[in-house]
Design a protein around this ligand. Structure first.
Ligand SMILES: [Mg+2]
Length: 228
C-alpha cells in the first residue's frame, strides 16, 4: 500500500472563511435586500444541505427575502466584492488554519489532495499564497464535475486520480454536504466542527448521523485522529 491520502475540503477546513466567503454572502444579501444575512442564518442553510455553492446560497437568501433579482446579478456583485481589484477584496481576509509545521509533519506519512466547490483559480491562488511548499495533488475544483456536493462525483474523481494503487483515503470537510459526499463515495469522513460555529451541536449530530469516523475542532488536531 502506498502512503494514505488526506483529501481536504478548502473552506472551513484548510482556510477560515468567516471573514471572507461568509462575510461576502452577508454583504451581498445586504446589497440587494438592505439587510445583512446573519452568520446563524448562513450556517442553518449549510446545515440543511444543498447550499455548498455560495453564489446560489446568496441568491437564495435574497429571493427568500422577497427580492426578485437574476442569479447572474447576485453572482457578479459577490465576485466584485470577494475578488476586488486584487488588493482590497474580502478574499484577502481568509486565514490559513494550520499552525506552522502541522501539515509539513503530516506530509511525511500522508499525501494531500483537495476536493473543493471553489473555482479552480480561487483554490490555486489560496494554496499558492499560504502553502507554496506543500503538494496537493490532485486538486478537484468546481469546473471538474457536473454534479456538485453532496454528489460524490468529485470525491470519486479525486480518489481515483490520487490512488494509482490501493491506499487508505480520508475526506476532511466542514459541512453535512461534505459528509454525505464522503458516505456516498465510501470514503471515511473526518468532520471539522468549530465550537465557535453558531450551530455547533447541530453540526456534530449531523456528522455523527452520516457516520463520521472522527469530529475535531480544526485540522491542527488531525495528527491525533489519522493513523498511517
Ligand atoms: Mg467547506
Amino acid at each position: 500500500m502506498s502512503r494514505p491520502v488526506l483529501i481536504f475540503d478548502m473552506d472551513g477546513v484548510l482556510v477560515d472563511v468567516t471573514e471572507s466567503y461568509r462575510e461576502t454572502i452577508a454583504q451581498t444579501v445586504e446589497r440587494f435586500t438592505g439587510v445583512k444575512a446573519t452568520r446563524a442564518e448562513i450556517q442553518e442553510c449549510k446545515n440543511a444541505g444543498g447550499w455548498n455553492d455560495d453564489w446560489r446560497l446568496s441568491h437564495h437568501l435574497v429571493t427568500r427575502a422577497g427580492v426578485d433579482v437574476p442569479f447572474e446579478d447576485v453572482k457578479a456583485y459577490f465576485q466584485e466584492i470577494f475578488r476586488g481589484d486584487g488588493t482590497d477584496g474580502l478574499m484577502l481576509r481568509e486565514q490559513w488554519v494550520a499552525r506552522p509545521g502541522v501539515l509539513e509533519t503530516l506530509s511525511a506519512n500522508f499525501r494531500f489532495a483537495v476536493f473543493t466547490g471553489r473555482p479552480r483559480e480561487e483554490a490555486e491562488l489560496t494554496l499558492a499564497r499560504f502553502a507554496p511548499d506543500l503538494v496537493f495533488d490532485p486538486i478537484v475544483a468546481m469546473e471538474d464535475t457536473v454534479n456538485r456536493k453532496p454528489a460524490p462525483d468529485g470525491l470519486i474523481l479525486c480518489k481515483g486520480r490520487a490512488c494509482a494503487e490501493p491506499a487508505a483515503v480520508y475526506y476532511i470537510g466542514d459541512t453535512v454536504d461534505d459528509a454525505r459526499a464522503a458516505r456516498a463515495a465510501g470514503v471515511p469522513f473526518i468532520g471539522i466542527a468549530a465550537p465557535s460555529n453558531p450551530a455547533y451541536l447541530d453540526l456534530v449530530f449531523l456528522f455523527q448521523g452520516e457516520g463520521a469516523c472522527a469530529i475535531i475542532d480544526d485540522i491542527n488536531y488531525l495528527p491525533e485522529v489519522v493513523t498511517q
